[in-house]
Write a protein that binds this ligand. Structure first.
Ligand SMILES: [Zn+2]
Length: 92
């Protein structure tokens, strides 16, 4: 269970979809800045045949409720650092 306190249920659901076909949200650090990326996968990470496409982009606001994500990160700094470790193998 994720201890990171999200802004809304939709955001929390996408945090638990890492490595799964479709959209997910991942915690990472880019250029010394803590942030979230929105990632799309064409297939699950454990599917070995076919062509895998993965695209991602940094987001600064929750795509569902509009909350500023830097404020959410600052309120949950230790839990966010745990998420970075959990997500590091999935970020491209
Ligand atoms: Zn939200």
């Amino acid at each position: 269970m994720c201890k990171f306190r999200c802004c809304c249920d939709n955001f929390e659901n996408r945090l638990s979809e890492i490595g799964v076909k479709g959209f997910s949200l991942l915690a990472t650090k880019i250029a010394n800045q803590y942030c979230f990326v929105l990632q799309a996968r064409s297939q699950d990470i454990d599917k070995k045949e076919g062509t895998l496409s993965v695209i991602q982009t940094t987001i600064h606001f929750c795509p569902f409720c509009g909350t500023k994500l830097s404020e959410v990160i600052n309120k949950n700094k230790n839990e966010f650092l745990d998420l970075i470790i959990l997500h590091e193998d999935f970020v491209i």
